[in-house]
Every structure is written in structure tokens, then in C-alpha cells.
Design a protein around this ligand. Sequence first.
Ligand SMILES: Cc1ncc(C[n+]2csc(CCOP(=O)(O)OP(=O)(O)O)c2C)c(N)n1
Length: 520
Amino acid sequence: MNGAESLLGTLVDSGIELCFTNPGTSEMHFVAALDEVDGIRCVLCLFEGVLTGAAAGYAAMAHKPASTLLHLGPGLGNALANIHNAKKGDLPMVNIVGDHATYHLEYDAPLTSDIAGIAGTVSHWVYSSRSSADIGVDTAEAVRQAGSGQIATLILPADVSWGDNPNGRAPGVSVPPATTVSDARIDEAIALLRSGKPTMLMIGGRDIDTERGLMLSRIGKAAGARVCTETFPARVARGAGTAVIDRLPYLTEMAVEHMKEIDNLILIGAKPPVSFFAYPNLPSAIAPEACTEFVLATVNEDIDQVLGALLEKLDAIDVEPDVHPLTLPDLPSGDLDVMACGAAIANLLPENAVVVDEGITSSIGCFPLTITAQPHDWLNLTGGAIGWGLPAGVGAALGAPGRKVVCLEGDGSAMYTISALWTMARENLNVTVVIFNNRKYSILELEFARTGARGGTPGPKAASTLDVGSPNMDFVALATGMGVAATRATTAEEFNQQFEAAMQSPGPHLIDAMVPTFLS
Ligand SMILES: Cc1ncc(C[n+]2csc(CCOP(=O)(O)OP(=O)(O)O)c2C)c(N)n1
């Protein structure tokens, strides 16, 4: 057995079933090992940012990491933005980055670079394997480090990959359960809830599933506390039968307003809320200065245990949660705009769908309209780096087989990682992409005004940097050029018909929805 075979075998024995790849010469023995070691599916992506975005979407749905295969420092560099997004969402990933053979590094060949330095910016753990005999153990350690929410990057020199490994595979690793929260900490939270002061429970984390939401609603009602999710949790269950829970608004002004009466903020898997950006005259921290922020559970602690304990101690088990009914908006007619798309999506979304949200300004319209649709999961962009949505759609489809995935995409965001469409076609993934083709970086027009730059009004050069409509992008041509069936919708009736058809047939589809900007 060579090093690469030992590495792959150890991944398989640790429950890793997927490797998103974009290899080069230094990874050829790894690639060869894919045919020697059973149990791992390899999915080719044509740009490294696609494969790490796919790994993030997969982890959100599968509750475990995928592995990635990246080509030295430049391949890793291309992948960084979506590793960053996964890191901010506390989603696990095991990156394998090929390197030159150890003895070749001193020659400073063209692709030589500081891989560990690049990896360190987005990884919790980085290690360069030193010998073929140890690669199995190193791989097991990478999986252990990734656990349920960290980024582990293992550098694999070519000679470690091709050298003999007398030790074979290392024993597989299983992820330990989340850490339990002490009774003392739970009692402190209860004291805050009983303090008589206005208190908010804010939940976040990798997965706010239906059960967690319902528990939180009961607890909030029993304690007389407001309940809220963080602005962009990695995954949240929504739709009919899920609990009525506010989401902290994105805009700083609105978020501050949302929390201005709060004296105690109890955080469950959520971080203390902060403004997405700094703006002149707006605070960075969202909660009022005098508010007590209390971390009841971090994202890596046992959120179910904490919610269960609160339910019991507050006598909330029999409290009826506030639950969304099933209420579908009528199918729209006439001109096509974001609200019409949102109404059609809400009306036609199948039960158990997964919505990947990178619709940027267009999602402001679609989000509220879908809250009483059929039950579904909603994946958010956790790290703010756009170019995540289409890749995350790839990963979500692979991590949740049998479920329909709907990607809501801004036209600008889609272009960063447009080659994800090719992987959707090649793997025949059950993904419907809705492009909100508004021909603008619309959010940046708003942000320009909010920052107060140039008095809030862009000059012609500035305006040209926010306008992606010249030339217009033809997403039907782009998609069909990569093997994805695509149609263009210019009226609400066309959108209804195309979205319904896409919901009823498996495989990838793209709808190029010609809409005015939501903010116009
Ligand atoms: C990696 C990265 N580059 C640039 C940005 C800045 N940025 C934020 S939103 C945006 C444009 C989004 O445009 P689009 O997807 O068309 O959505 P719209 O604003 O029109 O709704 C840009 C460039 C970013 N967030 N991340």
C-alpha cells in the first residue's frame, strides 16, 4: 500500500464518503488510489472555489465533512473564500493539499509556495505530512481535528503520496458527541430569564432544526422572553409546522432597533451579534451597551441538552409553541419581479426542499414569502464571501439525496463560480437554480449610499463598478453550454410554468428570471 492508498482508506474508515477534487501533477498518486480504494465518491469541480463551496453545502446537509483535493498553494488560494464561509459557519472540512516531493522544494519550482501559510488563514489545523509510514495516522488526526465544525488542512507531499506505507490504513476516527453544558451555567441562564428584565434568547449554529425551534418557542413563551435566530445561521428549518422565531435583521439600523429594549441576551450556539460592516455613526456591537450577553452554549456544545434542560426547569414541556401554518400565496400574474418570483416559489416549493440562499437583495423579498410554505431547510451564506451559492447547491444535493435543492442566486454572485453548473450536469444533481437577473450589483448601490461615500451618490466611474448589465449576461446560454437545461422567464406566468416544471422533473435546471432590482 502506498501513502495515498493509506490516506484514502483512512478517510473511508472514518466515515468520509466524498472527495471534491481538482487535481494536478503532484496529486496523481492520490488520483490513482481512487481506483484502488473502495468507498469514496470523487466529484470533479472545474474551479477550486466550487469544490470547497460544495464541501460546505455538503457538510451543512450531511452533518459531517467531505474531503477536498487541491493542487498546491495556488489551488488552495483559489479555494479560500468558500473555506472561509465554511469556517464562519462552523462547518467541518478535510482539505488535502498536494505539494511537491519534499526533496524538490529547495529548487523553488514554479508551483512552490508557502502552502501552510496560505492554509493557516482559514484553517483551525494545518499539518504537512512527513512520511508515507505516518500518512494514515496524519489523516486520522485531520478527521479528528475537523470534528463536527472545524477546518483541517493536511498537506500531502508527492513523495509521501507515492512512497510505500508498511503501516497501511490507520484506525478510523469517529466524532465525539457535543460537550455537555453544566447545570450551573443553565441555572445562571434561568436566573436571567427570571430576573424580570427584558430578555432575548438568540439561537444559531450549524442546524436550527424543527425540534430545536419548537423547544425554543416553548421556552420563550414560558419565560416571557423574546426568541430570535442570528442573521445568517448555516441551516434553519422553515415553513409550515416550524416555530415562529424572528431573525435578527441584516441592516445594522434595524438590528439595533430590534434589540434596543433588551437587558439580557442569552446566546445558544450564536455569537454576540455585530454589524456586518462598520458605518460612520453606527455601532459595531448590536446589543445595547448595558445589555448582559450570556453564552449559554457555544456552537460546539450540546444545544439539544441545553434546550431540554431549560424546557424542564421552566416547566415549558406542555407549553404550546407558536407554529407557522401552511399558507401558500396565490400564483402571481403579469410583470415579473422579485415578489412574483417569491410568491411562485412559495406556492410551488415541494415538501422537504433545501433552499440555498445567495439571492442577495432578491432574497429580501423571497424570504418572508416562503415562511408559511411547505416545510423546508434554508442554507445561508455564513461568511459573506459571494460565489458560494451554486457550489453549495452541488454539495447540498449530494448531502441530502432525494431532496429537491433550489438555489436562489444573484446574477453577480452566480458568475464567481458559474462552473458549478457543469458539475451539476455531470453528476445529474437535483438542483433548480433561479438567477435573479437584475443586471446590477444592487446591494452595493444601497451600501454606497449607507457608507456615505461621495455624499451617497456614485459618480459615473463608481456607478460603472456596480453595474453588470453591459453586456447583459445570458444565463440560458451559459447553462446550456455546460449541459444544464435552461429557460428564460420574462413574465410571472412564464416563471410559474418553468418553476413548476423544474420542481416536477429531476436533474439540474436553470431559470434566468429577468427582474428589476428589488431595491429600485
Ligand atoms: C468574495 C466577495 N467579493 C465581493 C463581495 C462584495 N459584494 C457583495 S454583494 C456583491 C454583489 C452581489 O450582486 P448580485 O449577486 O447580482 O446581487 P444583487 O446585489 O444584485 O441583489 C458584491 C460584489 C463579496 N461579498 N464577496
